[in-house]
Write a protein that binds this ligand. Sequence first.
Ligand code: NAP
Length: 292
Amino acid sequence: MSRTRVAILGLGLIGGSLGLALRQVGSEQVDVTGFARRAITGELALQMGAVDKLSDTPQAAVQDADFVFLCTPVLQMLPMAETVLPAMKPGAVLTDVGSTKGWFVKKIRNLLPQHIHYIGGHPMAGRERSGMEAAQADLFRDKWFIFTPLPDTPPDLMQRLRQLIQLTGAKTAELDERTHDQVTAVISHVPHVVAAGLVQLLRKQSDPALTARFIGGGFRDTTRIASSDADMWADICMTNSENIAAELDATVNLLGNVAAMIRAGDRQGVHDYFTQAKQLRDALLTTEKELK
Ligand code: NAP
């Protein structure tokens, strides 16, 4: 692979981790230019080694780039794309790391000039902490990185982007944006809403402090992701709203059935509920281990 020039716009947890991972490969292979909204973020990115250099404006960051990564919260990606598209060189690829894909694809399709291609991306990796200070070079290692190419994406560009991301240690896969949004609603978006709901439940108790005093591993484990960034999750809910709302309705319905079984003293029904969940989860974790 010849030297690839990458621009990363937004140096938070994901943008910063991408920079750290790509820079570990060596600057003879990959050159990373970053743009940070706040000076303090940019300084930290330089200090931690997530970028080779910083640009003062997003337009300057992208002008020589082969691949431009939008790494802001999802709703901020559109104004950022509008700002940088006119400054990108012909043949360059606009990509991103956003957690939802359909909303952005719909918007960007009408904005793309002929000489720029867009390929969506989503690393299935993250942490409940955010910002450059939480970035890690090995965040993507052995994790899925899903691409959502468009029907007219040239295969050679898809292949180059795949190879670039594989340098981070990620496993790559391709889905259309609709399937991506359905799948991630179930395995990522709804679990985040539900984890936050469990914390809200505690808040609504008559004496939340007393209840919280006795928190153990169960509450801690199931609510870990409720510590994630509210800005990011509000954007995700606004840009995959139909899938998330439908799966939340299904969750409420499912829990309603469990509540009814508990009220009715249907021990066998409740037992089956836990047994089926345990069997499926244990099987999923075993398959995951075998795939590694
Ligand atoms: P983050 O740590 O909060 O970082 C977001 C970065 O975007 C910050 O560095 C912030 O800059 C910058 N930013 C925000 N608004 C901006 C704007 N208007 N113009 C320029 N820069 C702006 O968030 P993250 O976790 O890296 O998430 C970034 C993207 O990755 C999101 O789209 C999210 O959906 C996706 N994603 C996140 C995870 C996860 O678990 N966190 C996983 C997969 C995908 P400053 O620091 O300078 O303020």
